[in-house]
Design a protein around this ligand. Sequence first.
Ligand code: DX5
Ligand code: ZN
Length: 220
Amino acid sequence: MTTYRIAPSILSADFARLGEEVRNVVAAGADIIHFDVMDNHYVPNLTIGPLVCQAIRPHVQVPIDVHLMVKPVDRIIPDFAKAGANIITFHPEASEHIDRTLQLIRDNGCKAGLVFNPATPMHCLEHVMDKLDMILIMSVNPGFGGQSFIPEALKKIAIARRLIDESGRDIMLEVDGGIKADNIAAAAAAGADTFVAGSAIFGKPDYKAVIDAMRAQLAT
Ligand code: DX5
Ligand code: ZN
């Protein structure tokens, strides 16, 4: 039986009430908090850093999944580990030495993952599977919440699923971008087990209703 996880992205939360927002979304059934870090360099937007991670850490017990959309990536990793991150993922094109960055994340006590944009090839996976705890497939181009799901991502999810199954390792397969109750089942069928959703959850008044609707799609 696959364990499915819903990972709300706080990018679409009310930043003026972030502690309350993360408590509410966990009470509504979130399994993970997805934390989008953008640097106005690797992506054309600027969001939140380790101080905000540290600020929300005492409010929730669930893992904080830090998605680094920053370049360079290495120097910020220890700060996020100290701020309470549990999972740290980065984009391979943002690191000069992918294996070294994965090891750095693990040495800092966090789970490590790689993120693939819609048009980024995934060849590097075959060389680093033994250092991975998560593969994240982007189903939008990174930088903004509220974009539409790119169906081509389903093929990449299926490729990643095959590689994970062949490896025999326990690696989460996350999908991020444009996920809603009406496409989550297709992402699960392709092999995803962890679903990021920002605007679909925080854009609605009743977080539990949305998360329940997503889980209902996963149960069928
Ligand atoms: C995009 C971010 C996503 C985004 C998802 O660069 O990585 O996590 O917040 O937002 P929605 O679910 O609105 O597409
Ligand atoms: Zn993200």
